[in-house]
Design a protein around this ligand. Structure first.
Ligand code: FE2
Length: 355
């Protein structure tokens, strides 16, 4: 019985792949015509010149994606426009980013802890399960970070950050993903997140804890086009989300989000940003926490194979759940650790990647 099921799955996989490739070819033809007859190339990056070229949702599905994002983000947009007088949070609302001084992180970001993070990458750099090389950029990730380094849970519990996230995204904001990230010193790239882009998912926050015990500014800051987060972008897919460097520099004030050892960087990924991946810097190590809203996730779930939402992850039981923005409805006690989130999309079908 299981052999028949296996064969059936394999055949389905081939059919889905074929279908996806046919729609990819037809979309590419239309897109090339569009590129030829508009000012696209003065503003955005030609997607056909990128290594990163995933499948884009077709016609009406693409409209629905825009609709879901617009509908879910309307309340947040209103806050962004009205909240400028709120002094404490005004930077995030008006600029799209904020650098927050925080003693909890300052204390955590000491020599011993930085060493522990560095060692994790040294140990696991060859392990396929926990690190991943994307686009040959020498960027590595360790998923389930609190399993490997339990004290990191403290950073999920910082009240100031969690309040700011809730204030910005609304009360239903919750943790979507967490990962340790290493930008290798050899990273040198003009692809993917090295280009100015928005994350194609509307308003969402990323929090960067950059590990650097020295009292100087962290190397390799994210570059952010100030106030570009107020936009509602015409399309939300990887093909149309990369912007021309000159265009961004002419149209926006570009800020470099440097942080000191006791500073946390938070930004809205709907604004244009890019990683700073040029050579001659040091390795950069960060814990990245991602926060989004839950209704948007559930709306996407109804739409199709969109891998957006709370990514499936293990979380150490050392965590004090009530101090975090972990949504308990998506949390299962698995004995030694918690399992959070769900992997609901089907890998056998084409994924409309949002990043
Ligand atoms: Fe991004």
């Amino acid at each position: 019985m299981s052999i028949i099921l296996n064969i059936k799955n394999k055949i389905l996989k081939i059919i889905y792949r074929l279908k996806a490739n046919v729609s990819k070819i037809s979309q590419n033809i239309r897109f090339k015509l569009y590129l030829k007859y508009t000012d696209y190339s003065k503003i955005q990056i030609n997607p056909f010149e990128q290594t990163y070229n995933p499948i884009t949702p077709t016609g009406n599905l693409s409209l629905l994606v825009n609709y879901v994002i617009w509908q879910n983000d309307l309340k947040i947009k209103k806050k962004i426009f009205l909240n400028n007088n709120n002094v404490k949070n005004s930077n995030l609302f008006s600029n799209g980013y904020q650098i927050i001084q925080n003693n909890n992180f300052g204390n955590f970001n000491n020599k011993d802890n930085v060493k522990k993070v560095v060692n994790l990458f040294n140990k696991q750099v060859d392990s396929e399960t926990n690190t991943q090389e994307i686009l040959k950029q020498d960027i590595y990730f360790i998923y389930n970070p609190t399993i490997f380094f339990e004290s990191l849970t403290e950073l999920y519990e910082i009240k100031e950050i969690n309040e700011l996230v809730k204030n910005y995204l609304g009360d239903e904001a919750c943790l979507h993903n967490s990962e340790l990230m290493k930008l290798s010193k050899t990273t040198d790239s003009t692809q993917g997140s090295g280009l100015f882009h928005h994350d194609t998912i509307g308003h969402r926050l990323k929090v960067y804890f950059n590990f650097n015990s020295v009292e100087t500014l962290s190397d390799r800051p994210t570059h952010y086009a100030k106030s570009s987060h107020i936009n509602f972008w015409p399309e939300h897919n990887a093909k149309t989300s990369r912007f021309d460097e000159n265009y961004v520099n002419n149209e926006f004030i570009v800020e470099k989000l440097y942080s000191k050892f006791n500073e946390i960087v938070i930004f809205d990924t709907n604004g244009l940003h890019k990683g700073y991946y040029e050579k001659d810097n040091n390795d950069r190590y960060s814990l990245v926490l991602e926060y989004g809203t839950i209704k948007k996730f559930n709306d996407f779930k109804k739409l199709g194979n969109f891998p957006y939402g709370i990514k499936k992850q293990k979380i150490s039981k050392k965590i004090n759940l009530s101090k975090t923005l972990i949504n308990k409805n998506y949390l299962v006690d698995d004995g030694d650790y918690y399992t959070y989130g769900e992997h609901w999309w089907k890998e056998s079908q084409p994924l409309f990647y949002y990043g």
